[in-house]
Design a protein around this ligand. Sequence first.
Ligand code: PEP
Length: 260
Amino acid sequence: MSARRPLVIGNWKMNLDFVEGLHLVQQLGVLMKNRPVEHVDVVVAAPFVDLRSVSSIVESERFAIALGAQHVNAHENGPHTGEISTSMLKRLNVEWVIVGHSERRMHYAMSEEIVRETLAAVVRAGQHAVLCVGEELSIRENATYHEHVTAQLTSALHGLEERFHDLVTVAYEPLWAIGTGVNATSDQVREMTTFLRAELHERSFTSAKVIYGGSVNSDNAASLIAESDIDGFLVGGASLKAESFYAILRACDDCYAVKR
Ligand code: PEP
């Protein structure tokens, strides 16, 4: 039995101002120093305005936490009022960017085309793109979710040069599980992970990690990571408290140590 090194990303969404963000990272960093999670890549995707202070504390305290952003504009610069570019993020040591989160697709008109352009901009800047795909409840209920995520994947990855393939991670995030407290079962996650891996292999994304997001918490993380054949988690609500996020990291670390 072998396992790939897990990746866990905390998506703070529009929560925590920079003082609160600093506090959380400080607490998390201390927990991780007291008992390291040696086999997990840990990322926090903070709001834009928190990134500078979070980056400073991670650097000065040498916390094993990488920085992520929740979105970015695909353009390099110019007349895009209110937007942020990949180069601005790079200056803040942001290595990861979430692309096409369902909340952006749903509420901020992020079309498939914008998702594709954004993903391309992220990887061309040398950053890791975390492409979110997933179906709404109605699509799950009428059993067309395979077609739905395949279409999302095909569109987002279309035309991406092979040299950037290593920078792509896919997050399977069924919308009915996001922020609802109802996570997908291990069987449901495993089925989609297997399916997505096969789709990725077909497109020669052979090393892409597939992670799961949707109501992951300190109670369900251990069974999901052990039973679902996933490479980690994208965590919303449970990433807002150091203890619950750390418990998820621990579950992944322990599982990796057993499976390795
Ligand atoms: C998310 O927003 O990506 C997410 C998975 O949220 P939650 O963990 O709160 O369901």
